[in-house]
Design a protein around this ligand. Structure first.
Ligand code: GLC
Length: 566
């Protein structure tokens, strides 16, 4: 076993690092391209590790880089133990991992257990085997309805649109795919499936990874008999109901009690390794009390907080989500997490620039409402001071530290997201948040790679956001994030406690976390700050020394204000 050699440096060997960690999501195909083929890769990531260390993050999470036909950008895995040649080799992975550890950063990899690629050896064997065979038992093959089995076995719809069942040409049976037809769902009642994934976990743990982000963690077990369901199996927006109430609206494919046994088994696998290895659940679950079950003491360590990602730019709504999130995770002794953007949602810089700030379109194209770019960025910078002042663990999506907006005018001919095709364009899809990063304003592909090629075209406005335009430039979003992350570490905000203050204006959030006092002005009118030392603000204060609209500040108060409430 090689785990010892990758032991974390002393500075980061703290107790349960993930409780307060800032974790940076890398979407490998769009991060940095070392060989000029237009697709980012592992050597590209390795070359940027010093940039990430300087930013001040604690860990990186890599979206999938495994062998895959890339029907869903790698979330369709054909071999869980092989690096796809697009991204490099296992040696490249080891070098990148070692490099990250040497700089004090942990590395989390993505695990995709709900489905494989249809090009996975198991599925290929299943297609070649008859109904009722052992090979088919690892997936969810069923006979169809109708006189000749010509109708799907039930009425489930794919998350990406259209029917959730397909038949291979000439095959008499249907197979279930909650996502694309190239992503057949596994049968998690099958012991071989369970054994295989425990082995995949060990494979990566032995290489030295610090944890796993578990894709579609609430989907592995389906209700017995696969009963019809008239709801629509949605992605992140599925959590929207969580803001409104307590109904158990999850369909028969989501959040079945049986998933927890799987995670308890995985936890035992992780705990057998030295160091603090962790798992984070990607589970779109409406009720926070149900989501909290995934992070009980013997299951995963974290779950993504999609209620926070979905919140509008609204003080009351944000405060309510923060309170309910803290309460739900405290009830099970787990840390809360915070996230504003990822590879599945419109970037928050752009969402916050919409007429209804924080609205949740499923992608934006040139025909849709175009966000106000400057206003969206201004709010996003203030939102960073809110999120990074909160106790718990925070996720940053690559490019967020540059203030990068969504590509809101990508032409249809470039689109690659299966959701766009499966809905005949009714869903614009997720390509706009996956555009390759701009590193240099005046280089081919804005410095993403060594050539002009990038797998999705970059919009011209990316030049303004290029890292080299912001590096060392006072007031830039990159320098703001660096400052926030360093202050967050210095004042141990991740491990702190939140104490709200009552303020006169309803559009202002104000709270303490330890010594630090944060004020977020979500309204338009300037507000007066309490006396104290200003540590950082998302925009300059106005001439009267007040905090302008859509601006936030962190300060060390001169004295504790009297009027506090929780
Ligand atoms: C997760 C991923 C998403 C992917 C889906 C299917 O939601 O984040 O990108 O399309 O799972 O694997």
């Amino acid at each position: 076993m090689r785990t010892r050699e990758f032991a974390a440096p002393e500075a980061h060997a703290g107790l349960e690092w993930w409780r307060s960690a800032v974790i940076y999501q890398i979407y490998p195909r769009s991060f940095a391209d070392s060989d000029g083929d237009g697709i980012g890769d592992l050597p590209g990531i390795a070359a940027k590790l010093p940039y990430l260390a300087r930013l001040g993050i604690d860990a990186i999470w890599l979206s999938p880089f495994y062998r895959s036909p890339q029907a869903d950008a790698g979330y369709d895995v054909a071999d869980y133990r092989v690096v796809d040649p697009l991204f490099g080799t296992l040696d490249d992975f080891d070098r990148m991992l070692h490099g990250a550890h040497a700089l004090g950063m942990k590395v989390i990899v993505d695990l995709v257990p709900n489905h494989t690629s249809d090009e996975h050896a198991w599925f290929q064997a299943a297609l070649k085997s008859p109904p009722g065979s052992a090979e088919r038992a690892r997936y969810l093959f069923r006979d169809g309805k109708g006189a000749h089995g010509e109708l799907p076995p039930n009425n489930w719809q794919s998350v990406f649109g259209g029917n959730a069942w397909s038949r291979a040409p000439g095959d008499s049976q249907w197979y279930l795919h909650l996502f694309d037809r190239k992503q057949p769902d596994l049968n998690w009642d099958h012991p071989e499936v369970r054994a295989e994934f425990e082995d995949v976990l060990r494979f990566w743990l032995e290489r030295g990874v610090d944890g796993f982000r578990v894709d579609v963690a609430h989907g592995l077990i389906k209700a017995p008999g696969l009963p019809d369901w008239d709801g629509h199996a949605a992605m992140v927006e599925g959590a929207e109901a969580g803001n409104s109430g307590d109904s158990d609206s999850a369909g028969p494919m989501w959040d079945q009690d049986g998933v927890h046994e799987i995670y308890r088994n995985w936890r035992r696998v992780l705990d057998a390794y030295p160091g603090e290895r962790m798992m984070v659940a990607e589970a779109w679950i409406a009720r926070q009390s149900r989501l909290a079950r995934y992070i009980r003491h013997d299951e995963m360590q974290q779950a993504f907080n999609f209620d926070y990602l979905l919140a509008h730019w609204d003080a009351a709504e944000l405060r309510a989500v923060i309170d309910s999130s803290l309460a739900a995770s405290a009830a099970v002794g787990a840390p809360t997490t915070w996230v504003m953007s990822n590879h599945d949602s419109v970037r928050h810089t752009s969402r916050f620039g919409l007429r209804k700030p924080g609205a949740r379109p499923k992608g934006i194209d040139a025909n849709g409402e175009q966000p106000n770019e400057a206003l969206g960025l201004r709010r996003a910078r203030a939102a960073a001071l809110l999120m990074l002042a909160l106790p718990g663990s925070a996720y940053i999506y690559q490019g967020e530290e540059l203030g990068l907006p969504e590509h809101t005018a990508l032409e249809a001919r470039y689109r690659q997201d299966p959701a766009f095709f499966r809905t005949n364009g009714a869903e614009i899809g997720r390509d706009g948040c996956r555009i390759p990063l701009p590193w240099k304003a005046n280089a081919p592909s804005f410095g993403f790679g060594a050539s002009e090629t990038s797998w999705l075209p970059q919009p011209g406005n990316f030049a303004h956001y290029a890292a080299d335009r912001q590096d060392g430039v006072s007031g830039s979003t990159l320098e703001l994030y660096r400052r926030l992350l360093h202050l967050r570490r210095d004042y141990q905000l991740g491990a702190g406690q939140l104490q709200w203050h009552t303020v006169g204006a309803s559009e202002v959030l104000s709270f303490d976390n330890g010594q630090l006092h944060a004020v977020i002005n979500l309204g338009m009118k300037p507000v007066t700050l309490p006396a104290g030392t200003l540590l950082v603000s998302s925009e300059p204060l106005n001439a009267a020394g007040q905090l302008p609209g859509n601006t936030a500040a962190w300060l060390l108060p001169a004295h504790r204000p009297m009027n506090t409430s929780r």
